[in-house]
Design a protein around this ligand. Structure first.
Ligand SMILES: Cc1ncc(COP(=O)(O)O)c(C=O)c1O
Length: 426
């Protein structure tokens, strides 16, 4: 098969036949198979081949991976095939393979991963499972997504805990000292984003988790923007729990996610939803009184019942896709596009307020900014009218704009946005 976009898109049967193996063959042919090889972040020929693996419309310039990551063909195709298997042959199950697959991807044990629908669900499972009483304090940032704000606020409403907040600093050290200043004898939880949805600064989560562990404080990381953006080793990070999704930086099916719960914390974080898969098999309804049995000796205690097999087959394919290219290669490419975005914004001088730190360890693929004298929402609408998709950030009065780039983007995409900024300023 000659691999070019026109014949690729023209034929549905080509799409239907396009499997991961074929993708790997193509990858090798076009030298895109990672296979441990280092691929330069500016190897435009390589990255433009990668770009062709996405059905993403070329009519739009998509700079909004922070909201959701479009899937490439092999993921879509795997999902479709798995769904057909279920619907044609009545195959049941299959999602079980996603737990070890995700576990390996994020550097933890198979028994430490619960499957979820999204980040919000993972955060809620952890938030409601942590034993907290009236007056106990939880530290969050002023840059929270509602998914890591409302669960804690709800516990404040229901249980009288106290939600405290800090604004992330411009450097990792500043952030750490602000957290330190909030810790007191009542602090029970630090619930922080790995990378806030607002301005995309990478927070020093390993240091935060160490700080928490040393003081006996429970740590929850909102990892919406972690998995797929950079290599993860959650054991090394030292968090108690990490909630992420497969539908953003992992480029997987929408409505899939996972929650990591450190083995030693599973008997502390209470599981509340019970059903098929959450138990240790020792229950018996026919004894009198009934035999309750115990929880599954794994994070499976946090989710039960029928799972979306087709979607989780797609999750497995998204991990294969990422590993075909190499997560280090992906991280380097998107970090360099993030730097290109920062440099381009900084060229406007005082007309632009770049909100994301330029510090090496605090930046990656998401940037936040304001345009002097231009209403952020009006500019967002201008972008939409010109078919450039970015995100407006009204959260907590931040009133700014966010641009995020993934492997299907290139410098020309960023330049298109810069052209619109130039017009808005002049
Ligand atoms: C930082 C952060 N946390 C949580 C969420 C919620 O994610 P989900 O929609 O997967 O629940 C998002 C979504 O954009 C996010 O950016």
């Amino acid at each position: 098969m000659i691999f070019n976009r026109r014949n690729f898109l023209r034929s549905a049967s080509v799409l239907a036949a396009f499997s991961l193996n074929e993708m790997q063959a193509l990858a090798a042919k076009h030298h895109i198979s990672g296979g441990g090889k280092i691929i330069a972040d500016d190897d435009e020929a390589y990255w433009s081949t990668v770009r062709q693996l996405f059905p993403l419309s070329r009519e739009w310039t998509y700079l909004n991976n922070g909201t959701f990551g479009p899937s490439p063909y092999p993921v879509i195709e795997t999902m479709r095939n798995a769904q057909m298997d279920a619907d044609q042959f009545g195959n049941y199950g299959g999602y079980e393979s996603s737990m070890p697959k995700i576990a390996k991807f994020v550097g933890v044990d198979d028994t430490e991963i619960a499957l979820t629908h999204n980040v919000t669900e993972g955060i809620n499972l952890a938030c409601w499972g942590v034993p907290l009483k009236k007056g106990d304090e939880v530290i969050v940032t002023t840059h929270e997504h509602v998914g890591n704000m409302m669960p804690w606020m709800n516990r404040q409403k229901v249980h009288g805990i106290v939600v405290k907040k800090y604004t992330p600093g411009h450097t990792a050290d500043e952030t750490l000292s602000r957290i330190n200043a909030l810790i007191n004898k009542n602090t029970r939880v630090i619930a922080t984003p790995h990378i806030p949805c607002t301005q995309g600064q990478v927070l020093p989560v390993k240091d935060i988790c160490k700080l928490a562990r040393d003081k006996g404080i429970f740590s929850l990381i909102d990892g919406a923007h972690g998995a797929g953006m950079m290599p993860l080793d959650l054991h090394d990070m030292g968090c108690d729990t990490y909630a992420s999704c497969c539908h953003k930086w992992m480029l997987g099916p929408k409505g899939t996610g996972f929650l990591y719960v450190r083995k030693e914390m599973q008997d502390t974080i209470q599981a509340f939803y019970m059903g098929g898969g959450t138990d240790d098999g020792k229950w018996d309804l026919m004894t009198d009184p009934v035999t309750i049995g115990g929880y599954a000796p794994s994070a499976h205690r946090y989710f039960g019942g029928t799972q979306a097999n087709g979607l989780f087959a797609g999750v497995n394919a998204s991990i294969d896709f990422i590993e075909t290219i190499g997560i280090e290669n992906i991280h380097n490419r998107i970090k360099s596009l993030g730097k290109y975005t920062q440099d381009s914004l900084l060229e406007f001088g005082k007309k632009i307020e770049l909100l994301t730190p330029t510090e090496e360890r605090s930046r990656c693929a998401v940037n936040g900014f304001r345009i002097q004298g231009v209403d952020y929402h009006k500019f967002f609408e201008t972008c939409s009218a010109q078919k450039v998709r970015i995100r407006a950030v009204p959260e907590n009065g931040l009133n700014c704009l966010r641009v995020s780039t993934h492997i299907y983007n290139n410098k020309q995409d960023v330049d298109k946005l810069m052209g619109l900024i130039k017009k808005a300023i002049s």
